[in-house]
Write a protein of this length. Structure first.
Length: 255
């Protein structure tokens, strides 16, 4: 894998898929390269524009990666194809390498040095928690300000949803688990950390539809004494939101 400075021309704008190794992010930060997280919706176009390249039954996050890559002016894309992302990310890298005229660099993130999870355990609104965590992927340094912890009344386990609007349904006292917790810790391949949950609080186990993590989400939800398992595709439906609201209310969670 070439380092950022070893590519043919200087990098100004790059995309990342998943969580590339910290050394890659550190070098990009040092060279003041602008980083676009292609997992997030960044462009204004219909997701159906990706249909010629990836099936509609592919995970909406990876379809979003292709959507962004087709429209953004990027010099290179770094894709985590290791256990910290998913096998399908490797297929997306193959497709982008064929379609785009820029370097598509495959990385494998097996970083083991934990940075901690203070945001996951804080009293920030859940939407702000995930915004800070996903933004932190593009920075090699830990956050300058650490929010204080709070006692949890509920939990969100899973990956950052493509549709962040569902996060507004949870109270600020929601702790975050699953792969999102691994993201903040900067150890996306840490299966042990990803499999953790708190059995004493009502927990929503979430994954994107067609994502391989739906299996783990359902498995853990079946083991949890007070859980709701759900998945959502491109956008969370009113039914999905109603399920979350009903679950939290019936669980006696103060909203």
């Amino acid at each position: 894998m070439p380092a950022p400075h070893e590519l043919a021309s200087p990098l100004r704008n790059v995309g990342i898929v998943g969580v590339p190794p910290l050394e890659v992010i550190r070098r990009l930060n040092r060279d003041q390269v602008r980083i676009y997280d292609l997992d997030e919706p960044l462009v204004q176009s219909a997701l159906e524009t990706t249909a010629p390249f990836v099936p509609r039954v592919y995970c909406a996050v990876l379809r979003t990666v292709v959507q962004n890559a087709l429209q953004l002016d990027l010099d290179a894309i770094f894709v985590d194809v290791g256990p910290g992302k998913c096998d399908s990310a490797g297929h997306i890298a193959t497709i982008l390498a064929d379609v785009l005229g820029i370097p598509i660099i495959r990385t494998i993130n097996e970083d083991q040095t934990g940075f901690g999870t203070p945001i996951c355990d804080s009293g920030l609104p859940l939407l702000e928690k995930l915004q800070r965590i996903t933004a932190g992927v593009a920075c090699a340094a830990p956050p300058a300000k650490i929010p204080p912890p709070c006692p949890p009344t509920a939990a969100f386990w899973g990956v950052p949803p493509r549709d962040f609007s569902i996060l507004r349904l949870f109270p600020d006292t929601t702790h975050v688990y699953g792969w999102t917790r691994c993201m903040e810790n900067k150890t996306p391949a840490d299966e042990r950390l990803e499999g953790r949950y708190n059995p004493t609080i009502p927990t929503v186990f979430f994954a994107q539809s067609f994502c391989a993590k739906t299996a783990l989400a359902q498995f853990l939800a079946n083991r949890h004494p007070h859980a709701l398992y759900l998945d959502a595709d491109v956008a969370a439906s009113n039914s999905t939101k109603a399920k979350i609201q009903a679950f939290l209310e019936l669980s006696g969670v103060p909203l």
